[in-house]
Write a protein that binds this ligand. Structure first.
Ligand SMILES: CC(C)(COP(=O)(O)OP(=O)(O)OC[C@H]1O[C@@H](n2cnc3c(N)ncnc32)[C@H](O)[C@@H]1OP(=O)(O)O)[C@@H](O)C(=O)NCCC(=O)NCCS
Length: 321
């Protein structure tokens, strides 16, 4: 690691700690194409360092293709400087320009089914204008909820039964999981592929075969009307490095059938899940939601979640300005 890079990571770590204690310490991205980008400090501009990570979703991976493009280019972007320092935006601007140059030499970045994406700390507001200037759009959020956060206790609707789901519930769980994709596809980063239902069915069958699937169904008149699925810390390792708090769980799916929304089903499911997570000693729960989803964004805020990371993206990747 060069001296500039080490200095940038050290300085960025200090800023991140001050703006958001739930952020982890910045670390160099190891799995990448090897392209490391460095912007030296200049008058009015901080130093910056970044790594481009390439991810290809396999053609038949319908579950993966629901949530991202087939060819993905992720920039891990780190900028030196204190919160509020004007040089942050200029440094990120320059880093994004260097990344654009790198993408110009990557043939897959020209594919229609490709994306350029940056995961930027939601509270690091000094970078927002630079991200917008390069044509990136804030489409998804990783939100976080600290354990045992007290919320107003709203009683669950009296006609609702909530029970753990088991191997006999694959069809109901699949149906409600596909419903989330169907709804979220309106907001830019999610799409409903032709075989999505099959992929969700396989995932549900595998998950519900576990001794503890961490999956609950809400039923009304014997019909499944709501679903929540979580990953406890031993299955959430893939996202644990997104936060300084540990152990971290992940809330993977939340769905309420149309016609039953707005009647307390979602709140009742989440209240139960939070009791289970708190009892299991989980320190922080993370989830993804669509920034533009008018139902989920306010819902999660009411449930005690707040933005930690914002995923900025543009498709195809070469459209990066
Ligand atoms: C987001 C979602 C899961 C929320 O579930 P929900 O059951 O609709 O949520 P709730 O009913 O508990 O809360 C929603 C609204 O109903 C209100 N509400 C809660 N209990 C109520 C009750 N007993 N009677 C009437 N309204 C009630 C809430 O106050 C809230 O109203 P507000 O938005 O005006 O503040 C659901 O809308 C959904 O499935 N959306 C589509 C898929 C999706 O977006 N999933 C999340 C992906 S991250």
């Amino acid at each position: 690691m060069s001296d500039v890079t080490a200095d940038v990571l050290k300085s960025a770590a200090g800023r991140w700690r001050r703006i958001d204690p739930l952020l982890p310490d910045p670390a160099p991205a190891h799995a990448g194409c090897g392209a490391s980008l460095i912007v030296p400090a200049a008058p009015g501009r901080a130093a910056a360092a970044g790594w481009c990570r390439h991810r290809e979703v396999a053609p038949g991976d319908e579950a993966g293709l629901a949530w991202g493009a087939a060819a993905q280019f992720w920039l891990a972007a780190h900028v030196a400087g204190d919160p509020g320092e004007p040089g942050t935006g200029a440094a990120l601007d320059e880093l994004l320009a260097a990344w654009r140059g790198h993408l110009a030499s990557e043939p897959a970045a020209a594919d229609q089914d490709s994306q350029a994406a940056v995961r930027w700390p939601s509270r690091d507001i000094g970078g927002v204008r630079a991200l917008l200037r390069h044509g990136l759009q804030p489409l998804t959020v990783i939100a976080a909820r600290i354990a045992a956060r007290a919320l107003a206790d709203v009683p669950a609707p009296a006609d609702l039964t909530i029970r753990p789901a088991g191997p006999g519930d694959v069809a109901a769980v699949t149906d409600l999981a596909v419903e989330v994709i169907r709804f979220d596809q309106h907001f830019g980063s999610v799409r409903l592929c032709p075989h999505a239902e099959e992929a969700e069915w396989r995932a549900a069958r595998e998950n519900l075969a576990r001794p503890q699937p961490w999956t609950w169904l809400a039923e009304r008149d014997g019909q499944a009307v709501g679903l929540v699925v979580a990953e406890p810390p031993d299955r959430a390792g893939w996202i644990a490095s997104a936060t300084s708090a540990s152990p971290a769980a992940y809330l993977a799916t939340m769905s309420v059938r149309p016609g039953h929304r707005g009647s307390g089903v979602g709140s009742a499911l989440v209240a139960l899940l939070h009791r289970e997570l708190d009892a299991a000693g989980v320190a922080v729960t993370l989830l993804h939601h669509g920034m533009l989803n008018p139902l989920s964004a306010p819902f999660w805020n009411r449930m005690g979640y707040r933005p930690l990371w914002t995923n900025w993206e543009i498709r195809p990747a070469r459209a990066l300005r």
